[in-house]
Design a protein. Sequence first.
Length: 164
Amino acid sequence: METLLHSLLDADWPNLVIEATDATHVTIKSDPAVDRKWGSGTSITFSQIRVSNEPRPALDFIDIDIEENPDNIDNYLSYIETAKSRVVDGAAFLGSLQQRLDMQTSFNSTLMDNIESGVSRLVDTDMEEASARLSAIQTQQQLAVQALQIANSSSETIMQLFNS
């Protein structure tokens, strides 16, 4: 199953880590070393995987010989139809598996975009707050400078206020 998933997914997602953890589990996870935004906790685990081709046919493609066994044409055709049906069923299963992986990838991408947007809004809010604080401090400084200018220009008047 690990080899099969590699053959299906490596072309589109070469940085996925696909590994068989034991005989019945295959894990697909992102590689945080490639992109920290992928998240080291992101993974998909398949368990209790059973691959079966039972019942096994008595024939094999190599055994088909129409010249030597013209009477077995119906058996050969039945065998080929069964084999074709199994291949189609397997491809449908793998297609649905790839569809689920695509949906998960799309969900993760949307989630990351939403998180980045939220962080951006928080940073913008912090910047607005810092800008308002800076404006208030600048206004206080301007008022202090003006008060000093007034005090310096009319020092006699201020002295009269203190003497009274």
